[in-house]
Design a protein. Structure first.
Length: 277
């Protein structure tokens, strides 16, 4: 679904929500209290400014007795075939978040990737697909990163394990460009990136990557991912444990200044390697 038609569909979602809410005799505040979000949040759904999470859409159906229409619409609209099934909802949530905190143990996070890096990662995981498939995936990843340039962009905090800086994804030239890109985002203050050095040894997120998302009018969410699946977690107790793990990672990481120096040094190492091959 193209971006324009997708936005029009969200506008239909909002108009239908307003109509059914008013038919049921609820104010925005009254409906919000029943589905555990603010009245302002309901208003933003109705204006298609924000997109509801799937569980909120399900609760709206229950309260308005709307026979599952909002769940079905929500599922259809987050079904972006450019992303894995388990990741499409994460992309929508990224656009709503006021703060994103990521830990990356081996791979540059998608929001920081250059086209060359994203292309190399896609080809490595899909060696038999067409060029069109690869370019579709790369384009989708670069489109996600636009939120870092938006006026209302979220705070973006990233902890990279030093491993991420050392694996020559796409070759030395592509990796030098990728690290230059990260350094530029750091200098321009689009992201706060710190590096967890090898010397730290064991750390609180040995199991893999972690993303935390905060929102204005909704509880925080954690997201974890392996090579072939991902899990959104909204259980408050589990999210709190994930937040504590992230706090410990940030304490163990280098300062932003030392991290920038390390990123730039690694980029220069790759540049020298590329010039000799």
């Amino acid at each position: 679904m193209a971006n324009g038609s997708r936005q029009a569909a969200w506008e239909f979602f909002g108009a239908e929500l307003k109509r059914r809410r008013e038919d049921a005799g609820f104010t925005q505040v009254e409906l919000g209290s029943r589905v555990f979000v603010s009245g302002g949040y309901i208003g933003q759904f109705e204006q298609a400014i924000r997109k509801p999470q799937l569980d909120v859409a399900q609760r709206i159906d229950e309260v308005l007795q709307s026979d599952g229409i909002f769940e079905r619409l929500c599922r259809q609209l987050i079904d972006d075939r450019r992303y894995a099934d388990y990741f499409a909802e994460v992309v929508e949530l990224e656009r709503l978040a006021t703060r994103l905190c990521e830990f990356a143990p081996t791979l540059v996070p998608g929001l920081l990737q250059t086209a060359a890096y994203a292309r190399a990662v896609t080809v490595a995981a899909n060696p038999f697909v067409t060029d069109e498939y690869i370019e579709e995936k790369v384009t989708a990843r670069l489109e996600r990163a636009r939120i870092l340039k938006d006026a209302a962009r979220p705070e973006y905090w990233v902890v990279l394990h030093e491993t991420v800086l050392r694996i020559p994804v796409g070759g030395p030239g592509a990796m030098a460009g990728q690290l230059d890109h990260i350094a530029r985002l750091m200098r321009e203050r689009h992201a706060v990136v710190t590096v967890l050095p090898y010397a730290v040894g064991a750390h609180p997120s040995m199991g893999g990557m972690l993303t935390l998302m905060d929102f204005d009018d909704a509880p925080p969410i954690a997201y974890t991912e392996t090579s072939f699946s991902g899990t959104l977690v909204d259980d408050p107790g589990v999210v709190k444990r994930a937040q504590r793990a992230y706090d410990l990672l940030r304490v163990a990481a280098l300062s932003p200044e030392a991290s920038l120096a390390l990123v730039e040094s690694a980029a220069e190492d790759f540049r020298r390697c590329a010039s000799t091959t």
